[in-house]
Design a protein around this ligand. Structure first.
Ligand code: AMP
Length: 430
């Protein structure tokens, strides 16, 4: 039997999201989440299609959406740690007929947030790889430890199964030094690994490739600006399939205005708040990551609610929207300059895929750069189930195509994982 399935695991500190994908056709065979790991009342929600059909993408919402005609199982019990949680996931998959020992399972693909400068491609996990991910913990203290736990636990459940680490930073490792370095003392920067790494890499990779496909071109033939606008948000400039600049930096705090994160500020704001306002370093960290961005400006981080308030004439919401759009527009202009020639601008993630007002406002006045939306197309509801929502919203014959492309990070992780194990397998047979 050929192994054509990949289990994708996204392990957080107290949760694990998972999807089982069939690579022959990209269909989802199961999806789920375990939440509140380590608490008395952990919760596992598992959904699977009735008969091998499509299970909706489980990456975005709180819990996986229920496939129409599919099955949804929920369990509330104590999962003391990731080991207990993953064992429960394995039992659910087993009940669906594809457990971790199933010969159809080719590998497990793990999302890992930070790969530093070391990991420039998806990587088959061994002890040395685990040690390196551990060495990078100071760069992602909240995420890499949880990602590591997910990998070591999955490995112990089936030691023979290939485990592949797919890094959020990898897609951006092609950035040239002049885009990746901060203009600070080189010795200090190098000693402390301070440089621009970028995040959301699997999304930028997936969306830029899908956009090329929509234009009927090979990724090597097109230049694309990708705008990943979710609760976290980042932009990237992709030349011929390779990232040449991105808006997030050492951490996911730099760049665009986000749901709760400030994005770009004068670095001296931090010094001012510590020295003059007497805030602690942790206090400033909290402020910039959790109480800034849209929520800091108007109390809401959901773009739907903000638009409702704007439509009701609320000034505070209007200003928050305008600041969000102004920053976005600056990055679009900057990346037009970085790329020189732009073939497409692609909007993705919660806001990018769903908010016609954000897309329209971000491109308003940029006709001189060849950028505009067709209002009817921009405002039309996407047709068909995701990911069929991918569509062009610029006018016919526009110099630059504007695309809305639903992202699919799990599919991208699965694709990269499968490619790697298939290559490794064929190399072993040669
Ligand atoms: P994500 O992080 O990609 O899941 O995106 C989450 C964000 O998408 C939410 O915080 C909302 O601001 C935004 N969002 C989701 N649905 C819509 C919608 N229909 N219209 C506008 N914004 C939306």
């Amino acid at each position: 039997m050929t192994a054509t399935r990949v289990l994708v695991l996204n392990s957080g500190s107290s949760s694990v999201r998972y999807q089982l994908l069939e690579m022959a056709d990209g269909s989802r065979q199961a999806a789920g989440i375990v939440e509140r790991i380590g608490e008395r009342q952990s919760r596992l929600v598992h959904s699977s299609p009735a008969s091998g059909g499509e299970t909706p993408n489980a990456s975005g919402g709180e819990t996986p959406a229920l496939a129409s005609g599919g099955e949804r199982r929920e369990r509330v019990e104590e999962f003391a740690d990731h080991d207990a949680a993953l064992r429960a996931v394995a039992r659910e998959l087993e009940a669906d007929g594809c457990g971790l020992e199933d010969p159809r399972l080719a590998a497990i693909g793990h999302r890992v947030v930070h790969g530093g400068q070391t990991f420039t491609r998806p990587t088959l996990v061994d002890d040395a790889v685990l040690a390196e991910i551990e060495r990078l913990i100071p760069l992602a203290p909240l995420h890499n430890p949880a990602n590591l736990t997910g990998i070591t636990t999955a490995r112990s459940l089936n030691p023979g199964l290939p485990q592949v680490a797919v890094f959020d930073t990898t897609f951006h490792t092609t950035m040239p030094e002049h885009a990746a370095r901060y203009a600070i003392d080189t010795a200090t920067a190098d000693e402390h690994l301070v440089r621009r790494y970028g995040f959301h890499g699997t999304s930028h990779a997936y969306v830029s490739r899908r956009t090329a496909e929509m234009l009927g071109k090979d990724p090597s033939e097109v230049n694309v600006i990708v705008l990943h606008l979710g609760n976290g948000a980042s932009a990237s400039a992709v030349r011929a399939g390779r990232c040449v600049d991105t808006s997030m930096g050492l951490t996911p705090l730099e760049g665009l205005v986000m749901g709760t994160r400030s994005g770009d500020v004068d670095p001296a704001v931090v010094l001012h708040l510590v020295r003059v306002a007497g805030m602690s370093v942790d206090g400033v960290d909290q402020l910039l990551n959790k109480r800034s961005g849209l929520v800091g400006l108007c109390g809401d981080n959901d773009m739907r609610e903000i638009r409702r308030r704007v439509d009701e004439g609320e000034e505070e919401a209007r200003l928050a929207f305008d600041i969000y759009v102004h920053r976005l527009k600056k990055y679009i202009g900057a990346y037009c300059a970085v790329l020189g020639r732009v073939d497409a601008v692609a909007f993705t993630a919660g806001v990018g895929e769903n908010s016609a007002p954000v897309r329209r406002a971000a491109l308003q006045g940029l006709e001189g750069l060849g950028l505009s939306v067709d209002d009817a197309r921009n405002e039309a509801e996407p047709e068909g189930p995701a990911p069929a929502g991918a569509r062009i919203v610029s006018p016919d014959g526009a110099p630059v195509a504007v695309a809305v492309v639903p992202t699919d990070e799990e599919l991208e992780i699965a694709r990269q994982t499968y490619e790697l194990v298939s290559e490794a397998g064929s190399a072993a047979h040669r």
